[in-house]
Design a protein around this ligand. Structure first.
Ligand code: PLI
Length: 456
């Protein structure tokens, strides 16, 4: 479809009614949830931008596929469909179903990461980092330095810094069990990785005989960015681009809850036959048999259909377009964000939004709570609570302090995006009145999910 005529490439067949609340109600709700947006009831949220994971609206084809579920412990036809479709995209020999991305990470990292190993990535997401660390490894972020400059406009700000990677290999050598590339780079603003960078990382990995894996959560969106921004890919389909990307690696972890357009599902895919022996045993032990991997077979069918829908060009144009739409509105209102806008989310730069609140007082978390109180919009902190830590009694802060507004796929209209923008711009106008938070409880790992705060 020509750009000027393309709106949503779908129409709405079923709706979920939303609860409408007032500010007093929301202030009570967030106080009851100890100022942690993970600890409030989803029903009390009007526009839920906590995550784009597992929150997609499925299509009628996917629901029809679910009704055609062939529930069998072994050898279900839905698994065969799932395997065929994913192999057709990823190209790897072994396609193992899992219930979601972190289960794939657990299976892979517990099989190949040993105590003291170093795992370089452009940026690890929180579960990826936690899975490396829980196996005694060290998760290293080697994204290009420009990724930390939120205002710098570059087409592929998710790229790996190749010099840093080479240095790391020189220093660590055989201590590196794998190199990981997250596409798009969720922890760094949802920024894409270029094919050129993937090729270079692949070459370095192969020269040094280090396995190279892709964290493929948002590979379809990354493929679309390559088509839009990288020379030589203008006339290729997202599927062709995706195939080229995966051919550069030895395997991938995949959360189908993102670019699989499903509410649950994932996969671990790779070529190594020896690794299969180890992983298959673990899969059966912790997830389920190799032909369902912790899912109902009907869910495998929904993934098989969803991944192909998520590779459609009109879908991707509309999807990335909605994120840009929200970003453009916020930019008009002067809101500081990570630029250029990411694929699945807008990342508000809380350091710049609230320069009066130091990182020790969780500015992105405080902003998230205020946005919820203002309009019932829920985002998620990607800053000190998520990636900061206490080391030898001293607080260590991440470089970026962001409030992520992740947009569920096919779920909200641009009128919802208008509300989000209006609310955030209104807060921006009175930003000097906002106060920070004090963390009163933190768990040892993944503390942001269960942390408790008090208002300062
Ligand atoms: O939520 P999972 O276990 O299906 O996937 C874990 C995961 C791995 N890698 C990346 C890049 C992710 O973004 C990711 C999950 N992301 C979530 C839940 C998010 O809100 O971004």
């Amino acid at each position: 479809m020509e750009d000027e005529y393309l709106a949503e490439p779908f129409r709405i067949k079923m709706v979920e009614n939303l609860k409408i609340t007032d500010r007093k109600y929301r202030e009570e709700a967030i106080k009851k949830g100890h100022y942690n947006l993970f600890c409030i009831d989803a029903e009390d949220v009007y526009i839920d931008l906590l995550t784009d994971s597992g929150t997609s609206a499925m299509s009628d084809s996917q629901w029809a596929g679910i009704m055609m579920g062939n529930q069998a412990y072994a050898g279900s036809r839905n698994y065969k469909h799932f395997e065929d479709v994913l192999r057709g995209i990823f190209g790897y020999r072994h396609i193992l179903p899992t219930h979601q991305g972190r289960a794939s990470e657990n299976l892979l990292f517990s099989s190949i990461v040993k105590k003291g190993n170093v795992v370089p990535a452009n940026s690890h997401f929180d579960t990826t980092r936690a899975n490396v660390e829980s196996n005694g490894g060290i998760a290293l972020n080697l994204v290009i330095e420009e990724a930390y400059d939120t205002e710098k406009i570059l087409p592929f700000k998710g790229n790996m810094d190749l010099e840093k990677l080479k240095e790391c290999i020189k220093k660590e050598g055989k201590n590196i069990p794998l190199i990981l590339m997250t596409v798009t780079n969720n922890a760094g603003g949802g920024q894409p990785v270029s094919m050129e960078n993937l090729k270079a990382v692949s070459k370095i990995a192969r020269e040094n005989k280090i396995p190279f894996f892709i964290d493929a959560c948002r590979y379809a969106e990354n493929s679309y960015f390559i088509k839009m921004r990288e020379k030589g890919y203008e006339n290729k389909t997202p599927l062709e681009i995706a195939r080229e990307m995966f051919a550069l690696a030895d395997g991938c972890t995949f959360s189908a809850k993102k670019d699989g357009l499903v509410n649950i599902g994932g996969a671990l895919a790779f070529n190594d036959d020896a690794l299969l022996e180890i992983v298959r045993e673990k899969l059966i032990l912790i997830e389920g048999f190799t032909s369902y991997g912790g899912l109902a077979c009907r869910d495998l069918e929904a993934v098989a259909i969803g991944v192909m829908e998520a590779l459609q060009e009109d879908y991707l144009k509309n999807r990335i377009g909605q994120t840009q739409y929200l970003g453009d509105k916020l930019k008009e209102g002067g809101v500081p964000m990570v630029l250029p806008f990411g694929g699945h989310a807008i990342y508000v730069d809380a350091k710049k939004f609230l320069p009066n609140i130091p990182q020790s007082q969780f500015p992105a978390q405080a902003l998230g709570c205020e946005l919820y109180c203002e309009a019932g919009v829920r985002g998620v902190e990607i800053g000190t609570a998520t990636f900061g830590k206490t080391e030898n009694g001293k607080a260590v802060y991440p470089k970026l302090e962001l409030l992520r507004l992740a947009i569920p796929r096919r779920a909200y209209t641009n009128r919802h995006m208008d509300v989000v923008a209006r609310a955030l711009i209104n807060i921006y106008k009175r930003r000097d009145k906002l106060k920070g938070l004090k963390m009163t409880y933190e768990a040892k790992s993944l503390r942001h999910f269960t942390a408790k705060y008090e208002k300062l």
